[in-house]
Design a protein around this ligand. Structure first.
Ligand SMILES: Nc1ncnc2c1ncn2[C@@H]1O[C@H](COP(=O)(O)OP(=O)(O)O)[C@@H](O)[C@H]1O
Ligand SMILES: [Mg+2]
Length: 463
């Protein structure tokens, strides 16, 4: 398929048509001009010859040369030159005779060709002339030769003028058709740019109506379509949110029911007056632990349901990660897990919410630690990928089954007894806020790898 723009498709045929017409007109005009001029010149030359014959100037070539500014060459009956007004013809006599083709013309005139004379364009001594041949009664061939160099020059100038006019005309047509084409194609280009933005998910825009024609109608229809699309998307989001809220409420109720029922049981025990001081103390400690747990769940849920705005600053990722590793050092050593770090030194400072990113990495490290059995190994690395940076946390722990892998980002999804199931859900939320992506890959029994990708320029994030 040819990739011509609409503007080119509109303007090119006009330009080509105009160019063909104007050059055809120029060629026809020039050839008509040539023919007319040649005819006029021939008639005039013939009249001159008649006057020369009638006034007996025919025997005085030099006078003719002066009067008419034309050359005269006379050939004898045998075709040899008997007189010539050409300057210094001596060395060129043979050439002169050849150029004037005296033999042939003499023969034609003797055979009765023409009305006693023949008109021809000849090149004599490399210059263009109009020659009129006349066979005298004594058999001599009289040639009156008029230079046409000036006419050739005039013709050349006329052609140049025509080419100049034609080129200016074509240029003018190019300019005019360019502006017409641009006027027509601009609203279409605007509409195309608009549809691209809509296709990229921006449904909050409208395309400016600049024309009242078919393109204007099309633009209005697109605007209408975008509004309808936005409404149905908002409706879908609303329905989806309601479904998620319902699901979360159920999970939340389920999550806090266990600590609540153990608290109720402990509180009932506390009501027993025969309880020893030590048991009372122990029960209160358990109640506090359960309250802590409920608090943790509520806080996690609130983080997820209503995330705080990011407070971003330029951070050195290597520094952030080193600090987290220092924090986790005791925990890692306690679980006898070796840590392998590999940070890309080419990554400069990037805009991050330091505390939130710290929270994400700690979540990932805690999951990696909790997945380990013996000889645990956790790798943390960073690398630059075009305009994004990647942080990768991998472990050689127990891995995740394929069916669980689809659910790990769901709030309250946990396979741990003490788990809240909010770590990955909240982490993903934070990375989304940074305009980034979070991926998880895992092989059951082999290990898990979580990759975070954050744009260096994270202005595009949805906070
Ligand atoms: N590195 C990991 N290795 C194995 N399983 C993991 C890993 N990270 C996450 N998971 C799985 O994803 C689930 C959800 O994780 P998360 O959201 O952090 O909640 P929690 O840690 O409280 O269970 C975990 O219960 C676990 O089954
Ligand atoms: Mg976790």
């Amino acid at each position: 398929m040819y990739k011509f723009s609409i503007q080119t498709k509109i303007t090119l045929p006009f330009i080509l048509l105009f160019a063909v017409i104007i050059f055809a007109i120029s060629i026809v005009t020039i050839s008509l001009f040539n023919r007319k001029y040649d005819e006029q010149f021939s008639v005039e030359t013939r009249e001159w010859l008649e006057a020369i014959v009638q006034t007996n100037y025919i025997y005085e070539p030099e006078k003719v040369k002066r009067a008419y500014r034309a050359e005269v060459v006379v050939f004898g009956q045998d075709g040899s030159i008997s007189s010539s007004t050409f300057a210094n013809p001596t060395g060129s006599l043979v050439q002169l005779a050849t150029d004037l083709k005296a033999h042939r013309v003499q023969k034609q005139l003797r055979d009765g060709f023409g009305d006693g004379f023949i008109l021809e364009n000849v090149t004599v001594l490399s210059k263009p002339y109009k020659a009129i041949y006349y066979l005298q009664s004594d058999g001599h061939l009289y040639c009156l030769i008029r230079p046409i160099g000036k006419i050739a020059e005039a013709r050349r100038q006329a052609i140049l003028l025509m080419i100049g006019v034609a080129s200016s005309g074509v240029f003018l047509v190019i300019c005019i058709s360019y502006f017409i084409g641009r006027n027509l194609s601009k609203p279409i280009s605007n509409l195309v740019a608009f549809t691209h933005r809509v296709a990229n998910g921006n449904l909050n825009i409208q395309c400016e109506l600049t024309t009242q024609d078919e393109i204007g109608n099309l633009t209005a229809s697109f605007n209408q379509m975008t509004v309808e699309l936005r409404n149905s998307r908002d409706e879908l989001i609303r329905v989806e949110r309601l479904a998620v809220a319902g699901k979360m409420a159920t999970s939340f109720a389920h999550e806090i029911r266990n600590p609540l029922s153990s608290m109720r049981m402990l509180a009932q025990m506390l009501l027993n007056p025969s309880l020893t001081e030590a048991n009372r103390h122990q029960s209160l400690k358990y109640i506090l632990e359960e309250i802590e747990r409920i608090d943790l769940i509520v806080k996690g849920l609130m983080d997820f349901a209503k995330p705080e705005r990011l407070v971003r600053s330029q951070c050195d990722l290597r520094y952030v990660l080193r600090e987290i590793m220092n924090l986790m050092d005791a925990n890692l050593r306690h679980h006898k897990i070796s840590l392998i770090e590999n940070y890309d030194s080419s990554i400069g400072p990037i805009l991050l919410d330091y505390d939130k990113i710290k929270q994400v990495i700690i979540n990932l490290l805690l999951n990696a630690i909790e997945s380990q059995r013996n000889n645990g190994e956790i790798r943390v690395s960073t690398r630059k990928r075009e305009d994004r940076v990647c942080i990768c946390v991998s472990d050689n722990g127990k891995g995740i089954s394929p069916s669980d892998l689809d659910r790990v980002f769901e709030p309250f999804f946990t396979t741990k007894l003490e788990g809240t199931g909010l770590g990955l859900a909240n982490s993903k939320r934070i990375i989304d806020q940074h305009g980034g992506k979070m991926r998880i890959e895992s092989i059951l029994g082999k290990g898990t790898e979580v990759e975070i990708e954050i744009p260096v320029e994270s202005n595009t994030s949805q906070e």
